[in-house]
Design a protein around this ligand. Structure first.
Ligand code: PLP
Length: 461
C-alpha cells in the first residue's frame, strides 16, 4: 500500500511536469521537495515527551525546526557547496546582529581563534606579533583559546581567574606585563562578560592587541556593547553546544576593515584576492589581471597571489544555510537562555551553603552558555559525588573546560610565564562544574533538574 502510494506520488508529479520547460519544472520540483522536507521534519523531529529520569537532560544541543532542514536542502539542491548565496546572507545577518563591519565565517570556533591570532602576526601590519612576544591570558581556559598562541610561537602569560565569574582576574594584568607583552586574549567564560572597561583601559594604556573569544557569549553585552567588539577581533563558535549552530562552524569579526581583509586571506589559503568568488570571472575589483608580483617583474593572476601564510578554514554554503535559519531564532534563544538561568539561580539558592552560585559584573548582561557551580571548600561531599549523582539521574554535567590548562598533558611543557600560583584556577579545576541553560530545556526539564538537586541535598538535612 505504502509503496504504491510512494510510486504513484513520484510518477504523477513527473508526468504532470513533463510538458513544462525545464526551468519551470525545476522550480516546481524544488518547492515540492522543500514542502516535503518541512513536513518530514515536523514528523521525524517532533519533540518527544519528557520522561523524568529516562530522557537525558542535555547541557546543550541543537535547537531547530523545519526552517533549518529546508535551508540545508535548499543549499544541497543548489549544490554550490563552498562560499555562495547562503554564505553571503549569513555574513550579512551576523554583521547586522553584531553591529560590526566585517564577519569572516570559518569552519569552527577553534579555527576562528587560529585565524584571529595568525592575522595579528601578518607582516603587512605595522607592529605584528612576533615569535616570543607575550600574550596575557587566563590559565582557566578552553584549549583552543591557548593553542593558537603556541602554534604561532607566542608566549602565553597566565593569570588567575576570579571565583564566581570565572573570568580572568583583571587585578593581575599589571603584574603580568613585561617589555614583550603585546596582547590580551581571553574568553568570556560561559557567556559571562569580563570587565571590559578595565581591560580596554589597560590595553589602550599599553598599546596592546585585544582579542575576545566570544565563542560561548554570542549576544552577551557589557555596558550595552556586544562582547567581541571591544578590541581587534572577536571570535564565535557554532558547534551544536553554542547559541546558534551550523554543525561545525565559527566566525571571526572585527570593526577594522584592514584586519578583516588579512583574516580573510589567512582563512583562504593566504590568497590575497577576496572578491573573485563574489563576481567571477574578474572579481568585484575588476583588476584581476593587473596585479604585479615584484619578484617576477610582471603581472600575475590575482587569484593566485599569496600574501599570507594561510590555511583553508572556510565554512561551506550548506553550513551557512543552516546558520541563516538559526540567526532568525537567535533573539528567542538568548531570551530562553537568560530565562532558564534565572530559574536555576532561584531554584539553587537554598543550597548556597554548599554551592557557590555564579556572579556577574553590574554592567554585564550575560547571554549564558551554561550555569556554573562551585562546590564550596568544607562541603560534606566532593564535586564528583554530585556530578555522578546528577549523571546517574540523566542530567548532563561538564567541567569548566580544561581547568588549569597547564595541568593538561599537552600543555605541561609549553613555553609560558605565570603570574602567582593560580590558586583560583586550581580550585575551579577541583571543584567547579556546569549544567545547561540552553533553549531545549523546558519547564518540565528544569523542574526535574531542581527536584534532582533537592534529592541530593536532602541527605544533608
Ligand atoms: C571558549 C571557547 N573557545 C573556543 C571553542 C572552540 O570552538 P569549536 O568547538 O567550534 O572549535 C570553544 C568550544 O566550545 C569554547 O568554549
Amino acid at each position: 500500500m505504502i509503496t504504491t502510494l510512494e510510486r504513484l506520488g513520484t510518477a504523477q508529479i513527473v508526468e504532470a511536469l513533463e510538458e513544462l520547460p525545464a526551468d519551470q519544472q525545476k522550480e516546481i520540483l524544488r518547492r515540492q521537495i522543500l514542502d516535503l522536507v518541512a513536513h518530514y521534519t515536523r514528523i521525524a523531529h517532533a519533540p518527544r515527551p519528557f520522561v523524568p529520569g529516562e530522557t537525558r537532560v542535555h547541557y546543550a544541543g541543537r535547537v531547530f525546526d523545519e526552517d533549518e532542514l529546508v535551508h540545508a536542502v535548499d543549499a544541497v539542491l543548489d549544490f554550490w557547496l563552498t562560499f555562495g548565496r547562503f554564505s553571503q546572507a549569513f555574513e550579512q545577518g551576523l554583521k547586522a546582529f553584531l553591529g560590526v563591519r566585517d564577519v569572516i565565517p570559518v569552519n569552527s570556533g577553534s579555527s576562528a581563534n587560529l585565524v584571529a591570532i595568525t592575522a595579528l602576526t601578518s607582516s603587512r601590519l605595522e607592529r605584528p606579533l612576533q615569535p616570543g612576544d607575550e600574550v596575557i591570558t587566563p590559565a582557566m581556559a578552553f584549549p583552543t583559546t591557548i593553542a593558537p598562541l603556541v602554534q604561532n610561537n607566542l608566549v602565553p602569560v597566565f593569570v588567575d581567574c576570579e571565583i564566581g565569574t570565572y573570568n580572568l582576574d583583571v587585578e593581575q594584568l599589571e603584574a603580568a606585563l613585561s617589555p614583550r607583552t603585546r596582547a590580551v586574549f581571553f574568553a568570556h567564560t560561559l557567556g559571562n562578560p569580563a570587565p571590559m572597561d578595565l581591560i580596554v583601559e589597560f590595553v589602550r594604556r599599553h598599546d596592546l592587541y585585544l582579542i575576545e573569544d566570544a565563542c560561548d557569549a554570542l549576544g552577551s553585552t557589557f555596558d550595552g556593547q556586544m562582547v567581541g567588539t571591544f578590541g581587534h577581533f572577536g571570535t564565535l563558535s557554532f558547534y551544536p553546544a553554542h547559541h546558534i549552530t551550523t554543525g561545525e562552524g565559527g566566525a571571526v569579526f572585527t570593526n577594522r576593515p584592514r584586519l578583516g581583509k588579512i583574516a580573510r586571506t589567512v582563512r583562504d589559503w593566504g590568497r590575497d584576492c577576496w572578491c573573485g568568488y563574489r563576481n567571477p570571472p574578474d572579481g568585484v575589483c575588476g583588476r584581476r589581471f593587473e596585479w604585479k608580483i615584484e619578484a617576477l617583474g610582471t603581472t600575475y593572476d590575482h587569484r593566485y597571489l599569496f600574501t599570507e601564510i594561510g590555511y583553508n578554514l572556510k565554512m561551506t554554503d550548506l553550513q551557512a544555510a543552516i546558520g541563516v535559519a538559526q540567526l532568525q531564532k537567535l533573539p528567542n534563544f538568548i531570551a530562553a537562555r537568560k530565562r532558564n538561568f534565572r530559574r536555576l539561580y532561584e531554584g539553587l539558592k537554598p543550597y548556597e551553603e554548599y554551592l557557590l552560585l555564579p556572579t556577574w559584573h553590574p554592567k554585564a548582561d550575560p547571554s549564558w552558555f551554561a550555569f556554573p557551580l562551585l562546590v564550596r571548600e568544607g562541603a560534606p561531599f566532593r564535586r564528583e559525588d554530585l556530578t555522578r549523582f546528577l549523571e546517574s539521574r540523566n542530567i548532563e554535567t561538564r567541567l569548566l573546560f580544561a581547568g588549569n590548562i597547564l595541568k593538561q598533558p599537552a600543555y605541561r611543557h609549553i613555553r609560558h610565564r605565570i603570574v602567582g600560583d593560580l590558586p583560583n584556577t586550581d580550585r575551579v579545576m577541583r571543584n567547579a562544574f556546569f549544567v545547561g541553560v540552553y533553549p531545549g530545556l523546558d519547564e518540565a526539564r528544569l523542574d526535574y533538574m531542581l527536584a534532582t538537586f533537592a534529592d541530593f541535598f536532602r541527605r544533608f538535612g
